[in-house]
Design a protein around this ligand. Structure first.
Ligand code: XIL
Length: 532
């Protein structure tokens, strides 16, 4: 460093350490937090549109190639590599002091047919060659710092996707892909990436278990990517921060890799406002979790977005409109990045007020309350029944379902903020559900077998929505007697039989059966199966 008078040096340091000003680009605020804010870039507008290039360069400090690094782009036929688009993205990022996340090495989609038809041995070799060549190309390039090694390996229920990779190689392709990537670039951060894993759910739990077990086996998984393709019609995944925290506890970095928030078209001011809330919530969650490296938006202008091509009647998912004007979601991202650091924040939101229940049926009730306030921002509410959390909501209402008829319940609500603080619980509201109406479920009886002096009715199938206990009644013809039953408790009063669920089959789809005797020659069967 060149010599400076002490005072000059001090002011230099002060300037360097000063926080970004409110009006500065997203990347300045993100950098102040040690995070990235990124965008997926498409090669054609990057080559052809100045407005696109200018925003891409000035607002983001991280870049992902939307398509240019996928297998169909980089190795369209066996051993024939094409890095035109990939190099274009990397050169742009280098020029603008941005980091590049490589997307993606092993995926079931956008992978040429020649790969899909290979034998197991040849497919493994092709995968190894592809990873070695693509990752190897940028291994000593300081701009390319991380890779999505495998993408979308899970089904929604947490089982493995039956992709050609899985069907040909079994789940071992995942560990192998990570090992090949590590060998190709020992310094790159290696990620597993998927969609619908933002909240705590079956799919993200499968991902969690896989990452945990791979790491225990020494497989080099460094990072978990939550794609974040959100839609206002499906609600915000309010356990995002909690989910990030559990992955962080495994020792991996987390990141949101493909954020967009689509709305029903045509968009209106309401859609814009809701969308802005979603964007803010994602940034706040990442701000609050040390292990969250940053957030990549899947594009930035509605002019170029995969959404309208993929989700009919939805669109406008990004933070700039099709004319490169900022939307409320841009401001939300900006302000969340610029706002006070949330990591050390310990101020909880105020407790929700005015909790009321309305529209109570035999199985559900509608709760609503007034909003909490918070110094950082309320991200959602947790709903408690009898003191146990039974659901979450990002709005100030919630429908509690799965209740039993004629039963008293107590509900409370508490708020969570972006830093993970919880409010105290609201005052409780007491609700007694309506008596069963008989309309909320149906019972269908099948006669399995009958003979002159008796019969077996099996199964009686009970179906209904939100069922949590059921009572089936039916009429036994004169002279008939129940001689045995299973999977329900039967009581007989005159000709009326009442069957109640066992503790283990209270829900929809339950079946039970019974056997009865009847006078010889009587061909009647029970009638009037009614469920409540
Ligand atoms: C999408 C691109 O945005 C489209 O241009 C392309 O036609 C299909 O792929 N999950 C991913 C991304 O991991 O690679 C996908 O990108 C969106 C879903």
């Amino acid at each position: 460093m060149r010599w400076l008078p002490a005072a000059a040096m001090l002011s230099t340091l002060l300037i360097a350490a000063a926080p970004a000003q409110a009006s500065e680009p997203l990347r300045e605020h993100a950098a102040d937090r040690g995070k990235f804010i990124g965008a997926a870039l498409a090669t054609s507008p990057l080559a052809n549109e100045t407005a696109y290039r200018n925003i891409a360069a000035s607002e983001f400090n991280q870049v992902t190639a939307e398509n240019a690094m996928k297998w169909d782009a980089t190795e369209p036929s066996d051993g024939q590599y094409n890095f035109g688009g990939a190099d274009q993205i990397v050169a742009f990022a280098t020029q603008n002091n941005q980091q590049v996340h490589g997307h993606t090495l092993v995926w079931h989609s956008q992978t040429p047919n020649w790969v899909q038809g290979l034998s197991a041995a040849n497919m493994r070799t092709a995968m190894q060659d592809h990873i070695a060549t693509v990752v190897g190309r940028y291994a000593s390039n300081a701009t390319v710092v991380s890779w999505d090694v495998v993408n979308e390996v899970f089904n929604e229920d947490g089982t493995f996707r039956q992709s050609f990779w899985y069907n040909t190689l079994g789940q071992s392709f995942i560990a192998d892909a990570f090992r090949y990537a590590r060998a190709a670039d020992p310094n790159a951060r290696l990620c597993i990436n998927d969609y619908n894993v933002e909240g705590v759910n079956a799919k993200s739990t499968a991902m969690y278990n896989l990452v945990s077990s791979l790491r225990q086996q020494g497989v080099p998984v460094d990072c978990v990517g939550f794609q974040g393709h959100l839609a206002t019609q499906y609600g915000f995944p309010s356990s995002l921060q909690q989910n990030m925290e559990r992955f962080a506890a495994l020792g991996v970095q987390v990141r949101v890799t493909e954020l967009d928030v689509r709305v029903q078209m045509p968009r209106d001011a309401n859609d814009d406002a809701t969308q802005a809330t979603y964007y803010r919530n994602v940034i706040n969650a990442c701000n609050a979790v040390q292990a969250c490296a940053g957030v990549t938006i899947w594009g930035f202008t509605d002019k170029y977005s995969w959404v309208p091509d993929t989700f009919p009647s939805e669109g406008a998912a990004l933070i700039y409109d099709a004319n490169y004007a900022t939307k409320p979601s841009y401001t939300a991202v900006h302000d969340a990045l610029a706002g006070p650091p949330t990591g050390d924040d310990t101020t909880p939101p105020t407790a929700p007020g005015n909790l009321t229940a309305s529209g109570t049926t035999s199985t559900s009730t509608n709760l609503s309350w007034s909003a909490s306030t918070d110094n950082v921002g309320v991200t959602g509410y947790e709903i408690l029944r009898g003191g146990t959390q039974v659901g979450t909501s990002t709005t100030t209402s919630f429908t509690a379902s799965g209740l039993s008829p004629s039963t008293a319940y107590q509900f409370q609500v508490r708020a969570r903020d972006a830093a993970g603080n919880r409010s105290t619980s609201s005052a409780a509201v007491s609700v007694t559900t309506q008596p069963g109406t008989g309309g909320s479920c149906t019972a269908t009886a099948v006669t399995q077998t009958q003979w002159s002096t008796g019969y077996v009715i099996q199964p009686v199938t009970v179906t209904g929505s939100g069922l949590n206990g059921w009572t089936v009644t039916f009429t036994l013809p004169a002279g008939h007697a129940i001689t045995g039953s299973w999977n329900a408790t039967l009581t007989v009063s005159g000709q009326t039989v009442t069957a109640k669920n066992m503790p283990y089959n209270a829900g929809s789809g339950a079946t039970f059966g019974f056997q009865a005797s009847r006078p010889a020659g009587n061909t009647a069967l029970p009638t009037g199966f009614t469920c409540s």
